[in-house]
Design a protein around this ligand. Sequence first.
Ligand code: ZN
Length: 181
Amino acid sequence: MLGIAGTRVTTCPVIWLAKDRSPRRTALFVEREGVLRTSGHVEDLFVSCVRQIVDEGVLLVILAHSEPPDCGLHDAEAHAIILETVSYLKERGIAASAFLYCTHPAEMQCGCRHPQPGLLHSAASVLKLDLRSSVYIGASIADLEAGVSAGVATLLVDLQNAENYAETFALAHDALAGSSF
Ligand SMILES: [Zn+2]
């Protein structure tokens, strides 16, 4: 399939699922850009803040709404990025359950691209999640809009503000701990 300006685009979304997953139906969704990483690096702050939530059996689902220059990656390229991130987390004791990646540029108006809620709905479908008891931590207004459209409790964070960031994950933890799903 050829997208704008002849850019080759992927089947969408590119989905990775862990073989061993918690039986719970509750997820913590995190946006890759601005929540899990900045400047291409996975943040130590993310690793430390997410640990308790994952240890309690909540499924960690990573969402990537691609920003330039990642737009228009081939499936294999997106998959390589996914595996690199998942491996990095696993080495630090954090088991991700799923990673969903929309590589389309904004001009494609893909239903998976924020502010559309397609990635959240795809994740809910493949993992049989209960969105109403799940939480999405995003980093942009477009993330917030996608979460609200999907009916997920949505929180915005600023990775540059470590105190706000940790408090937001604590809020997410409390909301998820109250769920018996
Ligand atoms: Zn897409």
